[in-house]
Every structure is written in C-alpha cells, then in structure tokens.
Design a protein around this ligand. Structure first.
Ligand code: FES
Length: 268
C-alpha cells in the first residue's frame, strides 16, 4: 500500500516589484559604514602625502602613517631603521614600504569585505533587500578571487606591528632621556589595539589551529588557538577601533610636533 505523499511542492519566489518590503531604516548601517570608511581613507591619504608634523624630535613620537621612514627625505631622527633609500619625490609616501601592505591587509580583511560588499557594492545592502546586480559570482573568479591573498598580507601586518611596537618603545626615550607623557599612552594604546586587530585575524586562527587533526595532542597550539579565537569574536570592533586610534595617534603627533598643543608629561 502506498504511504502518504510527503513531498513538499516546489515554491518559486514571490514576484515582488518593490526592492524591499522593509519599512525600517535598513539603509542607515550601510550609509554609516560608507561614511566611516571614506572618512578614514581621505584622512589617511592626505596625511600620508603631507610630510608635515609626523615626528616630534623632542619626545621621539613617530606617526604610524610614516613608519618605517627609510629615506633621506625623512626628518632627522625619524628613521629608526636607517635610510637605505635616497630622496623620494613628493608623490611617493614616506612609508611607501608599509602602506601598500597595510592597505592590502585591511582591504582583504574578512570583516571589511563584508562591510564594503554590503555598504558600497550593495550586495546585498541589508537583509531582505534585493541587490541591484543581476547575478552573483562571489569570490569564485577574477577580480574578487584575489581576496585570497589576505593570508599572505597577514604576515606583512605582523612585521609592521613589530615596527610600530619598536616606535612606541623608542618614544620612551626623548631628548632628555627616559620620559613618559600622554603621547606615550596614545602610541602604546594604538600598538596594543593594532596587535589585537592583527592577532584576531581569521588567518591567524588558521595559522595557530588550522590543519590539526587532533587538538588533544597539540595542547600548546590549542591554547594559542583558543586565545586567538576569543579575540576573533571581537574582530569587527578592533577593525573600527584601530581606524580611530590610528587617526588619533597621527593627529596627536601632528599637533604636538607643530607646537599647536604641548604634550602632557607625567615623567620628565
Ligand atoms: Fe580581518 Fe584578517 S580577517 S585582518
């Protein structure tokens, strides 16, 4: 005897002319994301080419947008790693060695990808809002398949974070020897948060715990992976916070080095 028919009839999508039936302000998050990213890009681009107020000779504060400074065009004292390069024309940023990798690291970051795919490419801009594109190929072909280089940018980001850490340590020794001011707090805070962002990267999770068949036989890697995974849950927050701390750090060095404000000193 034949049983009951359990097949579910196939349903096609409802034909809705409207792009969405949502009546809330679904457009606000993508708009804020676009504005936030654009503001940072404009500021970082202008500052990277300005070549003014990036190093305070008295307290040895160096802006992260100019680190490492490796050419004869850098102001005296700002080249913590020497000057293997000669004079650079004005259209080349003084941190030409680190900026492309940092930009690549952020552009291909899983979180930023999500952010700008939704907010700038509108693919899709929000839940239950149709995207304007006719078809979706995702990251399966050129040009977006290039996003896979993110795992390699991660290693460069580690190197740049080490350089920034060195800059922050050097800043404890000013013209008058050891000293400690608000600038040190800002430089140090920026570096700590940059490490949080870098180590919370999804590629870092894979580096620390990926390809393991058995965690119990690798307790050290398991422990590291667990800590990285904890950080990873806050990756989006670190992505935004570090954009802010980078701008704050650069702005502070700019204002102090051009004598617009005086550094608040706690020691020496
Ligand atoms: Fe964001 Fe790697 S996923 S930096």
């Amino acid at each position: 005897m034949a049983g009951p028919d359990t097949t579910v009839p196939a349903r096609s999508r409802a034909t809705i002319a409207a792009r969405t039936l949502r009546t809330d302000r679904w457009w606000l998050p993508p708009l804020l994301t676009t504005l936030g990213l654009a503001a940072f890009l404009v500021y970082a681009t202008i500052r990277s080419f300005l070549r003014v107020g990036y190093y305070d000779a008295q307290y040895h504060y160096l802006s992260p947008f100019y680190s490492p400074c490796l050419s004869d065009s850098c102001v005296p004292g700002s080249s913590h790693f020497g000057t293997p390069f000669g004079e650079l024309p004005g259209f080349i940023p003084l941190a030409f060695l680190s900026l492309p990798f940092l930009l690549g690291f952020r552009l291909t970051c899983y979180y930023y990808r999500r952010a700008y795919y939704r907010s700038i490419w509108l693919a899709p801009p929000a839940c239950a809002v149709a995207e304007p594109h006719a078809k979706y190929t995702g990251e399966t072909r050129l040009p977006l398949i290039v996003q896979n280089v993110h795992r390699y940018f991660f290693y460069f980001a580690i190197a740049v974070s080490l350089v920034n850490t060195y800059d922050a340590i050097v800043a404890f020794s000013g013209e008058r020897g050891f000293g400690f001011g608000l600038g040190n707090v800002i430089l140090l805070g920026n570096v700590v948060l940059l490490w949080c962002y870098t180590l919370s990267c999804h590629s870092c999770r894979h580096v620390t715990g990926g390809r393991l068949k058995n965690f119990s036989r690798n307790p050290v890697r398991y422990w590291i992976w667990t800590q990285v995974s904890r950080l990873n849950t806050r990756h989006m927050q670190f992505a935004w916070i570090t954009l802010g701390t980078l701008v704050l750090t650069d702005l502070y060095v700019w204002l102090v080095s051009t004598d617009v404000i005086a550094d608040l000193r706690f020691i020496n």
